[in-house]
Design a binder for this molecule. Structure first.
Ligand code: AMP
Ligand code: MG
Length: 520
């Protein structure tokens, strides 16, 4: 059945050099990719599909209920025309060059052509060992797979550029993980996400050949990526490379500006986790900020240096782009086009940051004074331990008279800090009201803009954690409920919004809620 629905066009494996070795054994690979089939699992059981991705790929919903669907998207059945493979990349992890990394537990099944004509790479995460698995098992646990599945879709509906997810399948096999890295490994249920993206090419795909001095392969990757993923670039040679790099920079700026708008913290912005299409990729120990805090990082592995803290994401993205620029430098006579790309990042990010400030505050434009107004609100949120999402929801009221300090009560996590900051809020509200009155926009224009800039529903860690704990008992209702809500994040009258979405006290320091390890 799936065979007759999906049509394949495996361009990456056709165009880029293949590793001649077809064993699964761990090794250094000098080619672009290795042929490797998924390792079978015991008892694949479909947990959920994304209705939207099913529609995009033209798969009727009833097809998912057939055993064939779980067989194919767990990797147990490889359809004729699929060419399962793992790609080879390197990367900087936490600022240090890590050498070859590669798809250690991700196996791309095929590139499919959707009815719209758009191509999607379908990739299984947790499908077993590949030549890039190093000492690990190639598997993924249910908790991390559910987190990736749900957040990919949540981010899409929030309007944030992201890779997508088609399905979440329990494997029936146990996976052993030492969640806290404290010498207490535990068997957990395993699962596989089928993720989908027009391209899974990462900065690290270019960094590795450059680090090895393999300019020929670097060249092949660049030429391929431009032809497949940036087909509108019609120039050639250095002009094409320059335009391409600048587009990567601009797309990355857009992605990060959107992260900052909704309060998303990626948690592991290593260069191997950066997509050339500027899509959020590799959902691991991510988190949405509850109480506004630029220093917040959800990743316990990053707790020391906090390299990937919320407020540093724009500069880390820039650092990552610099690494990509260095990797591409052999293709350029001099560095000026690369410098221009990096400048485009800074310029685009600055513009979007300003636009988002205006949208979040419901202002028709954004002056330097307005930027300061936003900074002062953020400073109040930080000092008063105030929930970022609920704060902006509280700011969007029916009439200017409704704008009162009490409206923010539900957004405050600590009553003492709230009292200590009460005067600051009152003064800020007076400034804000004066500014809103002076604006050319009507109150209803303002409300409409704010509603679309400030989500009512974000996929908070504690909310996902509850659904995961339920799923670990074999009950997937919580996952289905979230899948439903996350498709309408700007609707204010749904479950888990408003006060119902606020992080409860038990979740403040609970594992999986406020902090996550990389163990997945
Ligand atoms: P990440 O931190 O998830 O982006 O992964 C960094 C590198 O480790 C990538 O090359 C992954 O493919 C690899 N990796 C992570 N977890 C596993 C696993 N369980 N088995 C094999 N490789 C893994
Ligand atoms: Mg990764």
């Amino acid at each position: 059945m799936l065979q007759s629905i999906l049509s394949f066009d495996n361009r990456l494996v056709e165009k880029l050099p293949q590793d001649p070795d077809t064993e699964r054994s761990v090794r250094q690979v000098s080619a672009a990719w290795s042929a490797v089939a998924p390792e079978p699992v015991s008892a694949p059981e479909l947990i959920a599909t994304s209705p939207d991705m099913m529609r995009v790929l033209g798969i009727p919903p009833e097809v998912a209920t057939r055993p064939e669907f779980a067989d194919v998207f767990s990797g147990n059945t490889v359809l004729p025309g699929m060419q399962p493979h793992a790609t080879n990349y390197g990367g900087h992890q936490f600022g240090h060059w890590a050498g070859q990394l590669g798809d250690g537990r991700a196996i791309t099944l095929a590139e499919v052509i959707a009815s719209s004509g758009q191509h999607w790479e379908l990739q299984l995460k947790g499908a077993g060992r590949t030549p890039y698995s190093r000492h690990a098992d190639g598997r993924a646990v249910l908790r991390s797979s559910a987190r990736e599945f749900l957040c990919s879709e949540a981010m899409h509906f929030l309007g944030v550029p992201t890779t997508r997810a088609l399905s979440l399948i329990a494997t029936g096999d146990a996976v052993v993980r030492d969640m806290f890295y404290d010498g207490h490994p535990k068997a957990e249920p395993g699962a596989i996400v089928c993720r989908a993206s027009p391209s899974f090419i990462r900065f690290g795909h270019f960094q590795l050949p450059n680090a090895r001095g393999d300019t020929a392969l670097l060249h092949e990757w660049v030429t391929f990526c431009i032809a497949r993923d940036f087909p509108h670039i019609s120039s050639s040679g250095e002009a094409a490379y320059a335009q391409w790099f600048e587009e990567i920079c601009v797309r990355t700026a857009r992605m990060v500006a959107e992260w900052m708008r909704v309060g998303f913290v990626h948690g592991v912005m290593n260069t191997d986790n950066m997509s050339v299409l500027g899509l959020t990729i590799d959902y691991g120990p991510y988190g949405f900020v509850d109480a506004f805090d630029p220093d917040f990082t959800p990743n316990t592995t990053d707790a020391q240096g906090r390299r990937y803290r919320f407020g540093w994401q724009p500069r880390i993205a820039y650092w990552n782009l610099q690494q990509l620029a260095l990797a591409l430098s052999p293709l350029f006579k001099d560095a000026s086009p690369l410098q221009a790309g990096l400048e485009a990042y800074a310029l685009t990010y600055g513009q979007l940051d300003r636009q988002n400030a205006a949208r979040k505050l419901g202002l028709s434009n954004c002056t330097d004074e307005d930027m300061q107004l936003l900074r002062d609100l953020q400073a109040w949120m930080h000092a008063g331990e105030v929930d970022m999402t609920l704060c902006f929801n509280a700011l969007n009221v029916e009439t200017i008279e409704d704008l009162r300090a009490e409206s923010f009560d539900d957004a405050c996590y600590d009553s003492e800090k709230q009292s200590a900051q009460a005067e600051t809020l009152t003064q800020w509200l007076d400034r804000y009201k004066a500014r809103a009155r002076a604006d050319v926009w009507s109150w209803s224009e303002r409300m409409q803009t704010m509603r679309l800039a400030n989500p009512a529903f974000i996929l908070r860690n504690w909310i996902v954690q509850r659904a995961i704990e339920q799923a670990e008992t074999g009950d997937y209702q919580g996952i289905h409920d979230l899948l439903d809500v996350l498709q309408r994040p700007y609707d204010t009258h749904l479950g888990y919004t408003g006060r119902a979405g606020r992080r409860p006290d038990w979740a403040r320091n609970a594992p999986g809620c406020s902090m996550l390890s990389c163990s997945s």
